[in-house]
Design a protein around this ligand. Structure first.
Ligand SMILES: [Zn+2]
Length: 202
């Protein structure tokens, strides 16, 4: 059964509907009734804008529908959509049964499962990466930019809509991956792997 955080019950400051909060540490949630983006801070809720209605896509992954991957169960609690002009990719925020947080990025048929790590790499936002560059055993394999166009569900961090977002993939060996997310104030590092969507059991 899906655990719901009963401790944290809030109403939407815009339409008054009850917000269903599944993740104790959620910082951002979208109201299911009116689409408002709401910032959750301790006991306060604050309206920060309207999240675009994301056109539904046929997807293997659905909000609040647990799935299994390699005998582990993950529950999707939120997703962010980024546009890169001709198309978009999505980042799903997942929780496993031990309440650990994961991110599943789906870009067309490419699935990457990662965890945020407290591992600081010595790069600043203005660092120039080039595909093919080597850093120890890692090689830069992809650099991309997208604009955050909306989100669904709840998220552990606040995102800024319409803001451009740069990521760098560094690969090692067979499918091992580090992803750097570069922003003005910090560089976040995620570690994980490419996964085969056929191994996802819903
Ligand atoms: Zn609302």
């Amino acid at each position: 059964m899906l655990y719901k955080d009963e401790q944290k019950s809030h109403n939407c400051p815009q339409c008054g509907d009850l917000l269903n909060i599944y993740f104790k540490y959620a910082k951002l949630i979208k109201c299911n009734s009116c689409g408002s983006a709401i910032f959750l801070e301790d006991d306060a809720v604050k309206l920060i804008g309207q999240s675009a209605v994301l056109s539904p896509e046929p997807s293997l992954i659905q909000l609040h529908k647990p799935f299994k991957f390699q005998n582990k169960r993950f529950t999707p609690l939120g997703k962010i959509r980024y546009s890169y002009g001709r198309g978009f990719w999505e980042e799903w925020f997942l929780k496993d049964d031990k309440n650990q947080e994961f991110w599943l990025s789906i870009d067309e048929g490419d699935f990457v499962l990662e965890e945020k790590i407290k591992f600081s790499l010595p790069f600043k936002k203005n660092h120039t990466f080039k595909v093919g560059q080597n850093f120890n055993e890692y090689q830069v394999t992809e650099i991309g930019t997208g604009v955050c166009v909306g989100f669904e569900g709840e998220l552990p961090e606040v995102i800024k809509l319409d803001e451009s977002h740069t990521y760098v993939h560094l690969s090692r060996g067979h499918g091992e991956l580090l992803t750097l997310e570069l922003s003005d104030n910090e560089t976040m590092t995620f570690k994980g792997q490419w996964i085969d969507p056929l191994e996802i059991k819903v």
